[in-house]
Design a protein around this ligand. Sequence first.
Ligand code: FAD
Length: 291
Amino acid sequence: MRISELISTSKVHMSCEIFPPKVFEKVEEAKSVVGEICKLHPSYVSVTYGATGKTPHFTQEMSECIQDCGVVALNHLTCINDTKSKVQVVLDNLKKVGVNNILALRGDLPEGVDFPGEDHFRYASELIEAIKLRGDFCVGAACYPEGHPEAPSRDQDLIYLRMKQDAGADFMTTQMFFDNNILYQFLYRALQKGITIPVTAGVMPVTNANQIRRINSLSSASIPQRFMSILDRFGSDPESMKKAGIAYATDQIIDLIANGVNNIHLYTMNKPDIAKAIIDNLGCILDTSYE
Ligand code: FAD
């Protein structure tokens, strides 16, 4: 099923994200995580793509495993580290195995490395256009409620985002954010720029203090004072931090749904127990349609 069709109904949709194994020896372990997450009946499960593009087959294998569990898969694909022809091979392989939902991303170059050249796609919008020409794929794109860190301004970032929609993107998934007001303002500004495709809100449950360091290095998501207090108070007590992180994410999701955001993507990163705790907390809220 195409994710754009799935998420355009008035039902609340909760999706989850996993990352693929890096080595063959970890494939079975990763498949068992997929099995646990699929038992929670998410609307779809996305699989990240190694930034270096060295192990696309593991991302594809996880996507196939998700579909074998009867759940829709969203296969991430980055382009900056691969030649255009290698990207086409990855696309043809996905088509062959029936994976037709792709999150099209630029990815990041290793620090200090320049753009490799014309045989590479430079921006996600170029990749989206190429995917659409290659097959009947449903294509998602990334968006950044606080602006992409390299963008000259938030406004310019939205102009580039509109280019992704114009290139054929069918839906968008946001970078994580910890203050819902940032998302609401972003959605309003995106609409003003004519961005009308569905947006899925990415929520990251922070359940240990180390995650915050990683979040700081990977994204520009700002941490509100309310969340800092939780970290200060519970950061050194793993069990309490886990409970508080699950409660914070649950609270964020309830507020999103109450404000009409029906599509939520959980950055659960291979932790089925955390996804389960949040889904259990939400209970019947997830089974209801809200017009
Ligand atoms: P783009 O849309 O190409 O934007 C990159 C930068 O270029 C932005 O600053 C933008 O403003 C600017 N820009 C865009 N178009 C133009 C233009 N025409 N001219 C000038 N400037 C332009 N990374 C991974 O390696 N693997 C993953 O699986 C992965 N999954 C992700 C999932 C989500 C939901 C998100 C939000 C991010 C994910 N990332 C992943 C990280 C992502 O690859 C990085 O954030 C990357 O820096 C930008 O990717 P993009 O697709 O948004 O790039």
